[in-house]
Design a protein around this ligand. Structure first.
Ligand SMILES: Cc1cc2nc3c(=O)[nH]c(=O)nc-3n(C[C@H](O)[C@H](O)[C@H](O)COP(=O)(O)OP(=O)(O)OC[C@H]3O[C@@H](n4cnc5c(N)ncnc54)[C@H](O)[C@@H]3O)c2cc1C
Length: 375
């Protein structure tokens, strides 16, 4: 297990190359859980990178966390996506959880025996989180939960689901509360698992809650503060999501550079044709710019400032840059880049989903515009 923060970045780079890369294509093509990747996260302690030290984790800075996720995504986007799945929830539990919730979850995340899901999205609403209708109602001393969540990553495997539900249906965002739902709770089911274009190893599906009875202690944080609690970790989540996209872009870029040097057409390496050389240059600039935005925003976040605009800008730029880079990489690879399962074909699909999750590009633009112009 790595001992300190920068060692953890090095460990991420090593497992990305030696473990994650070796299984990434198989994970994608067979839409299977990245077991080897998760085991490597456990062996290195990366699975608990955001867990406070008091609970056995590494409590890494945002700067280190973003570098770790970038390396992991370069190796296997699905394995890296697991860290996105529980990155925000770990911070929420550490900040708002009761002592019992912290003890139940955090040491387990650090040693790999606990994994999490985060459930917000519903069939009728994703971007407009305040419009969720899944309900949590008081039931004597406890709660009774009903609703259907969609696109829930890791739900079939998670030991706990952090679930956002309405406790006051007419109060908009202020009517949302968070709950910690243990695996195996009666009334919780996963009626559908999807086949999807990217992060195919994270096993996303519907999460159905039918008269789920939970004790009062299942409330995470304060009733009616669920939305605000989510906002607390959102800057961090958006930065690691941006880094995930950068890792994908780097993987596509590496493949493109190799092809540009080795494939010949009209008597010279294709990269020596200026049109393709310029593509490679644009790809490098996109990646460097995205890395710089994330690094700057992460450093400010580490200094204790909230960075909603910078985090939104980094997420927006990095994810759209990843798609641009993967698109060019596929072009450079020609027909072989269209082969199912090839590196650049996979990275194109992986890049595309990053523009949707954790706030679409349009929502990031909304956040940035409001920061500049006001509401
Ligand atoms: C691979 C993947 C993994 C995911 N994992 C999870 C998960 O683990 N847990 C979870 O809860 N959710 C998860 N999601 C759901 C994700 O967070 C939502 O898809 C996302 O928030 C967008 O919501 P939506 O799909 O309902 O789109 P909608 O909100 O219906 O939006 C549709 C379109 O309208 C645009 N739009 C919406 N509002 C505005 C506006 N005000 N101005 C301009 N444009 C607007 C959007 O940008 C989008 O282009 C995942 C999604 C994907 C693709």
């Amino acid at each position: 297990m790595a001992e300190n923060q920068s060692e953890l970045v090095g460990a991420a780079r090593t497992i990305a190359r030696d473990v994650l890369r070796q299984h990434a294509e198989d994970v994608d093509q067979n839409e299977r859980y990245p077991e080897e990747g998760l085991q490597a996260l456990i062996d290195t302690g990366i699975c608990g990178m955001t867990v406070p030290r008091a609970f056995g984790g590494h409590q890494v800075s945002a700067v280190d966390a973003t570098q770790i996720v970038e390396e992991l995504a370069w190796g296997c986007p699905s394995t890296a996506a697991l860290m996105l799945t529980w990155g925000g929830s770990v911070l929420s539990i550490a900040e708002y959880g009761s002592d019992a919730q912290k003890q139940a979850v955090l040491p387990g995340v650090a040693d790999g025996s606990v994994t999490l899901s985060f459930a917000l999205t519903e069939p009728h609403t994703g971007s407009d989180a305040a419009a969720i209708t899944g309900r949590a109602e008081r039931d004597g001393e406890g709660w009774i939960l009903n609703g259907r969540k969609v696109w829930i990553g890791n739900a079939a495997r998670a030991t706990y689901v952090v679930c956002a539900l309405k406790t006051a249906p007419d109060a908009g965002a202020k009517g949302i509360s968070s709950f910690l739902i243990p695996r195996g709770t009666k009334g919780v089911s996963i009626p559908e698992i999807y086949s999807k274009m990217g992060a195919r190893g994270t096993i996303h599906g519907d999460l159905l809650l039918e008269d789920v009875r939970l004790p009062a202690s299942a409330l995470l944080g304060t009733e009616g503060r669920g939305f605000a609690q989510m906002m607390h970790s959102l800057d961090f989540v958006r930065l690691i999501t941006a880094s995930h996209a950068i890792g994908i872009a780097r993987a596509a870029y590496d493949a493109a550079v190799e092809r540009a040097k080795t494939r010949t057409a009209f008597g010279k390496p294709i990269g020596q044709h200026q049109a393709l050389g310029f593509m490679v240059a644009d790809m490098a600039v996109d990646i460097q710019a995205a890395q710089a935005m994330v690094a700057q925003a992460a450093a400010i976040l580490d200094s204790g400032q909230a960075i909603p605009q910078q985090a939104a800008a980094a997420k927006l730029f990095a994810t759209e840059a990843a798609t641009r880079v993967a698109h060019k990489a596929q072009q450079i690879w020609g027909a072989e880049g269209c082969r199912s399962g090839s590196m650049v074909e996979r990275m194109y699909r992986e890049a595309r989903v990053t523009e949707i999750w954790d706030g679409t590009s349009q929502i990031q633009r909304l956040v940035i515009a409001r920061g500049i112009l006001g509401r």
